[in-house]
Design a binder for this molecule. Structure first.
Ligand code: ARG
Length: 274
């Protein structure tokens, strides 16, 4: 009986192994490779979402600002062109500039475009696309101010800027005795110079220049040079490598096919020779 039992078990085992073997053998190659390739294909598409939450700032001319109730600007056009190119939809959320990076960190936003300067420090908490715009910092003062003609004249002065911006750090680190007067809203920073509560504004060159050509043309003027070359990048919540790659590919394609230039010229006029 015992022997029978053993051999019965043996047969059961052998059959079981044969079945396993058959699965692992004959059928496995085609099934395995088929499922592999489906997985690969779907992971490159399934890895991307249909809709991404994109954070931007409420007002940073001419990159993002409200016109007739709609957000418009260079950044808005660029991110829409990128989304079209990659094939996703955008849910735009606006917030104060200093809330953007924390919002990416907590996962409230997937990505952000807001003239965000790529810095080593920020790279610790968010990922960046390739640079999409060369910027830097510039000084604006009241039209009738003849004392401030460059960065050295800002020593000991009150310099208005935006909360959480690279210019706020620049003032603290590079201008002796200057007080960085940091505003949550950019309009308040310009207003501080216009009403005399700050001596100057130090902020992103394209923004200061644009403001002075438009709304601020009778009240403010540009002085000095371009300080601290900076580059803007699209920022991402960490852990979305595939999305970052696709966005970089789209950005390169738009630069190649002339769409980037079109958007640039719409907001800044002729592109400077580079
Ligand atoms: N480029 C500066 C920074 O990254 C200022 C950006 C301001 N952008 C804005 N949307 N307000 O700190």
């Amino acid at each position: 009986m015992l022997i029978v039992k053993r051999s019965l078990w043996g047969i059961v085992l052998l059959t079981f192994m044969a079945v396993l073997g058959a699965c692992g053998g004959g059928g496995s190659e085609s099934t395995g490779s088929e499922s592999d390739s489906t997985e690969n294909e779907s992971s490159s598409e399934e890895g991307l979402k249909d809709v991404y939450t994109v954070a931007s700032d409420t007002s940073f001319v001419p990159f993002e600002f409200k016109e007739d109730g709609e957000y418009v600007g260079f950044d808005i056009d660029l991110i829409n062109a990128i989304a079209d190119e990659v094939g996703f939809d955008i849910k735009l959320e606006t917030t104060n500039f200093d809330g953007i990076i924390p919002g990416l960190q907590t996962g409230s936003f997937d990505m952000a475009i807001a003239g965000i300067t790529i810095t080593e420090d920020r790279k610790k908490t968010v990922d960046f696309s390739d640079p999409y715009y060369d910027a830097g910092l510039r000084i604006g003062v009241a039209v009738d101010n003849n004392d401030i003609n460059g960065i050295e004249d800002l020593e000991g002065k009150t310099v208005a800027t935006r909360l959480g911006s690279t210019s706020a750090d620049y003032i603290k680190e590079n201008i002796e005795g200057a007080e960085a007067s940091q505003f949550e809203q950019l309009d308040q920073a310009y207003m501080a110079v216009e009403n005399g509560s700050a001596d100057a504004i130090l902020y992103d060159a394209p923004n200061v220049a644009y403001y002075i050509q438009t709304k601020g043309k009778d009240s403010l003027k540009l002085v000095g040079d371009l300080y601290q070359a900076e580059q803007y990048g699209i920022a991402f919540a960490k852990g979305q490598d595939e999305l970052v790659t696709k966005v970089n590919e789209a950005l390169a394609a738009l630069k190649e096919n002339g769409k980037y230039d079109e958007i640039y010229e719409k907001w800044f006029g002729e592109r400077p020779e580079s």
